[in-house]
Each structure stands twice: as C-alpha cells, then as structure tokens.
Design a protein around this ligand. Structure first.
Ligand SMILES: Nc1ncnc2c1ncn2[C@@H]1O[C@H](COP(=O)(O)OP(=O)(O)OP(=O)(O)O)[C@@H](O)[C@H]1O
Length: 227
C-alpha cells in the first residue's frame, strides 16, 4: 500500500515573469499534510504563501515540481481535471469574504452548488453544518445585514458546501476584531475535529496559528521549519 501522505508537495517552484524580470515565488517547496490535519502556514509578506495555495487549489499551474493530492498528480492533470478538482476537492476562504452583495446568505452558499452542478438544495446533513456555523437563523439576510464574523461564516459554509477534502483559508481572520476572530477560529477547529476537514490556513497572527495542529514556516519560497 502507498505510504504517500494525503497532500505531498515536492521541489515545487513557481516563477512569474514580470516584464524582463523573473520573480521566484516558490524555490523548491516540500510539504507533507496528513488527511484531517489543521496546518497554519506562516511567513513574512512575499514568502510565497498565497502562491502555494493558488497552486494547491488548481488556480495557477506550478513551474516545476510535483503535487499529489489523494495520490493524484496535479501536474499531470488536464485543464478539465484541474477545473474539476478546483470545484470538488478544494474550498477557498479569503480575508475579504467575497460574498455577492445582492444575494442572501443562503443563495451565496447555494450558488456554488449551481455552478458545481451538484443540485441546488442544501441537504439535511448540510443544515446541521449550518447550525454548527451559527448562521442557520441568518440565511435570508443579505451580506450587508451581517457582521464581519457572520459574513466569514457564510463564506466558510460556501467553501465547504460541496464537501471538499481540503479547505484553504487565506488570512480568514485578517478583517475581523478579536471576538469574531476567535469565533471563526473555533469554528475551523470544530470543522476539523467533528467533520475531519483537512485545513490549511495562512495567518500572520500567532494566536490564530495556535488553533492549528502544526505550523509551517515559509521563507523566500521554501519551507524553513515545521513545528
Ligand atoms: N501574479 C503574480 N505575478 C507576478 N508576481 C507575483 C504574482 N503573484 C505573486 N507574485 C510575487 O511572488 C512573490 C510571492 O508572493 P505571494 O503572494 O505568494 O506571497 P505571500 O507570502 O502570500 O505574501 P503576503 O503575505 O503579502 O500575501 C512576491 O514577490 C510577489 O510579488
């Protein structure tokens, strides 16, 4: 049986060409993540954290190196396979929520099911998740009628509605006050513990990182330390 970890990143590089200049965002990144782990990715601005997430989520192709998720090699996927993976394997949460302002919370969540072609109803197991998220009573509200923390919880619901194996959260508490930050972090921990959701979270905040099982430190496009 294969001993490959759930996510295996090897010698990953990403070079962006900007005019005549090569920007080396990733310079040989290695990373192993087990299924059900909650990892905090920390590192200074420009160290390559978002680039790593964009590649893991199939938004950007790597320059060289390999990524396996669930034993599948991302670098050998066709565009269609990569699109499929983006829809079904990975959920994204961003610092700025990115909710559609004219839609209710419920429709912001359901729209992903329309796009993903998985039907339109939030099934009853997912209703339980909405209770866990603490937004079941707020589904008819538009984003502007919700607090930042509630909007981020709607964004998390949207990210996991298709039951992705991996949740990538890029500074999910970056726009929140400390009370709402704690609520969102506890929720991520709950999703991880109760649903076994594998989570990778970029953060600059030491307290936020303390909610994860393990910290991965990035510097100059490489993993320098894991603890
Ligand atoms: N689309 C792009 N085109 C050109 N250069 C890019 C692009 N995206 C990122 N970079 C560069 O790659 C490097 C790594 O950027 P990245 O956004 O991955 O870092 P980061 O650790 O997420 O930073 P931050 O914490 O500020 O978000 C930086 O030098 C950045 O300017």
């Amino acid at each position: 049986m294969s001993k490959m970890p759930f996510i295996q990143v090897r010698k990953l590089t990403k070079t962006y060409r900007v005019g005549d200049v090569d920007v080396h965002a990733l310079r040989g990144m290695d990373l192993d993540v087990a299924k059900g782990e909650f990892i905090a990715v920390v590192g200074s601005s420009g160290s390559g954290k978002s680039t790593l997430f964009n590649i893991l989520g199939g938004l950007t192709p790597p320059s060289t190196g390999s990524i396996h998720i669930g034993g599948k090699d991302l670098s050998h996927m066709t565009n269609a396979e990569r699109t499929n993976m983006r829809k079904n394997t990975v959920g994204f949460v961003f610092q700025k929520y990115n909710l559609l302002p004219t839609l209710s919370a419920e429709d912001n969540i359901k729209i992903v099911k329309y796009i993903g072609g998985n039907g339109t109803d939030l099934d009853s197991p997912f209703q339980d998740v909405l209770h866990l998220l603490g937004i079941a009573e707020r589904l008819k509200h538009k984003p502007r009628a919700l607090s930042g923390g509630q909007q981020q919880r709607v964004a998390i619901a949207r990210a996991i509605v298709n039951r992705p194996a991996i949740l990538l959260a890029d500074e999910p508490t970056g726009n929140l006050d400390s009370q709402n930050s704690i609520a969102v972090l506890k929720l991520l921990k709950d999703l991880n513990e109760r649903l076994g959701q594998t989570i990778l979270m970029i953060t600059h905040d030491e307290e936020a990182a303390s909610y994860a099982h393990r910290r991965v430190h990035m510097k100059d496009g490489q993993l320098v330390r894991t603890a």
